[in-house]
Structures are given as C-alpha cells and as structure tokens.
Design a protein around this ligand. Structure first.
Ligand code: MLT
Ligand code: MN
Ligand code: ZN
Length: 310
C-alpha cells in the first residue's frame, strides 16, 4: 500500500521529556535508561504514492524526525532532494512552525496555511521573511471549507487533498496581546485529509470546543481521527504549579471527565481514533489506570512512528 500516514511526533510542545521538566513522565523518559519511550513534538506526514509526502506541521524536532524515516530524506542516488513535497500548518504555534527554519537549505517546501497563520509567521516570528533569504517562499492559502489539492514545488499535485475546517482556538502566545479575539478558523484549523481515494482522515491537534458542530461534523465524516489529547484534565498544569493557565486557557479541551474528549470519541466508535499532541504531563503516557480507561474505549495513544495504511 503506497498511501499511508505516519505520526512523526506524538508529543505536544516541549516533547517527552521536555528540556526543563521534572514531571513523572519526563523523568521516566529521560536517559540514560528511560522507562518510557521519548516522544518528539507534534507532526504527521501523509503520502498517496509513497514518494511525495505532505508534512503536516513542522516541529522543532523535524530534523531528527526526517532522519529517522528514510522516505522523507533525499531520493536514492540524488545529490539533493527530500520526500517532503509540501508542508501544511494547522496553526502558527511554535511547536508546529519552528521546524520551518530547519527546512531552509535550498529553499523550504511550499507551505500551506491560513492568512492569519501567515501573518503570525511574518510579523510575530519573522520565519517567512527569514526563509526568503534562503530561497523562494511558496506560500499557499488554506481557507476553511475549501478542498485543496496539495502540490509540490513544481505545482505537480501529489495526490493528497486537504480540506481545512474552522476550529476555535487561541492565537499563538507570541501574538496574542496584539491580535483581536479572532473568529474560529483564523488561527487554528483541523484538516480533513485524503490520499488518493483512500479513507478520510481528520487531523486536529488543537481542539478547544468539543461541542462545536463544525468539529463534530468533520469527525463524523472521517474514517480515521487523530485528535488533540494534550491534557487529561483542565487543571493538569495549574494543580502542580507548572503554569498559571488551565488546559482550556491554553486552547485544549481536556480528555477526561463529563463532556471531555474521551466521551466524545467513545460516541464515534468504531472509527480508528488516535490521540496526538500529548503533553508530557499527561498521565496517559505512564499511568496504567488512565491509559486503560482510554484504551477500553478503543481509543489509541499515538506514538512516534505509528503508521496507518490509507
Ligand atoms: C499549544 O499547543 O498550546 C502551544 O503549542 C503552546 C505553545 O506554543 O508553546
Ligand atoms: Mn502545541
Ligand atoms: Zn514533564
């Protein structure tokens, strides 16, 4: 099967372990003898033909993610090149965009994103102006509701389509002070992805409002769901004194409890349902009871290297 999806990074921003974190999960994942497998930061890749891949989100770990997966490297015998034909961004958060700077040599692949994401990467982080010094920046718009055929740098379609859907979410922290409260879908989208005529995949690593009918409609339309499992509970960081902001204030609906993500996902069985963008503090990594509750609903905990045939 040529068409497939690979989870390159299953962890949220910071990864597992996060450089400065001493939580239980980070301690377990830190060397020299980790008892939890380390996980890199949030990204997936999708291909229809097995050769040209859409990278969805470019994490700060993209260099090691590509090195760990030869199909994303240069084609055999080529002096330069990459299996990454294009990049799509679901938002402009640092954990989804810093990797663009890692892809600068020879000019970055074409980048798909919303206008607001482009604005954040121009006036907030200056990633796009910086990249333009290394090669052409091929920015291609994503518009919620509009199906987009992903194409490579030569404008050749790669056989993957992406239909963005508007999601409530926060503007990236680094521009939040400056931008007005944005409408859903400006700074944060989910993607309904299809490789060839394969199954529909809903990918949504940042989900705040689980009651949102746009979200629910796209989850119901999908055969495979990869969704925001960042935090188990709303107070996961605040209760430990690790942050002043709750999960919801960070733009992530919690997994457990009444009205939580797990409840929603249970109602979407028997679709394949995978949690991604998992924070290192999430007990689902190492706590058997919590993991058991998730898996009892048929929901999978994503991990680096998870592959799904499409
Ligand atoms: C998030 O998912 O909430 C963000 O990645 C946080 C951040 O930008 O550090
Ligand atoms: Mn994130
Ligand atoms: Zn931690």
């Amino acid at each position: 099967m040529a068409a497939r999806l690979r989870v390159l990074g299953a962890a949220a921003g910071g990864g597992l372990p996060q450089w400065n974190c001493g939580c239980e999960g980070c301690r377990a994942a830190r060397g020299p003898s980790p008892t939890l497998p380390p996980q890199s930061q949030s990204s997936i890749a999708v291909t229809a033909d097995g050769a040209r891949w859409l990278l969805v989100n470019a994490s700060p770990d993209v260099r090691t993610q590509l090195a760990a997966f030869p199909p994303l490297g240069p084609p055999e015998g080529a002096s330069r090149g990459s299996g990454v034909a294009a990049v799509a961004l679901t938002n402009a958060d640092v954990d989804h965009c810093a990797g663009l700077l890692v892809l600068r040599e020879g000019g970055a692949p074409p980048i798909y994103g919303t206008d607001a994401v482009r604005g954040s990467l121009t006036d907030g982080l200056s990633i796009l102006p910086a990249l333009s010094a290394y090669g052409p920046v091929r920015w291609r718009p994503l518009v919620p509701g509009r199906a987009t055929e992903i194409a490579d740098a030569d404008d050749a379609p790669i056989g993957v389509s992406a239909t963005p859907f508007a999601l409530a979410g926060k503007a990236p922290l680094y521009v939040r002070e400056r931008v007005a409260e944005p409408p859903a879908g400006a700074h944060n989208v989910g993607l309904l992805l299809r490789a060839g005529d394969g199954p529909a995949v809903a990918y949504a690593p940042g989900v705040l409002d689980l009651a949102d009918e746009v979200l629910r409609e796209h989850l119901r339309a999908a055969d495979v769901i990869l969704i925001d499992g960042t935090f188990a509970t709303d107070d996961e960081l605040t209760a430990r004194g690790m942050s002043a902001r709750t999960a919801r204030q960070m733009g992530h609906a919690p997994l457990l409890g009444a009205g939580g993500l797990l409840e929603l996902l249970a109602s979407l069985a028997p679709r394949r349902r995978v949690l991604v963008h998992l924070n290192n503090t999430n007990p689902v990594w190492g706590d058997r009871e919590v993991r058991g509750r998730v898996e009892a609903e048929g929901v999978e905990v994503g991990f680096d290297g998870l592959e799904i045939e499409l």
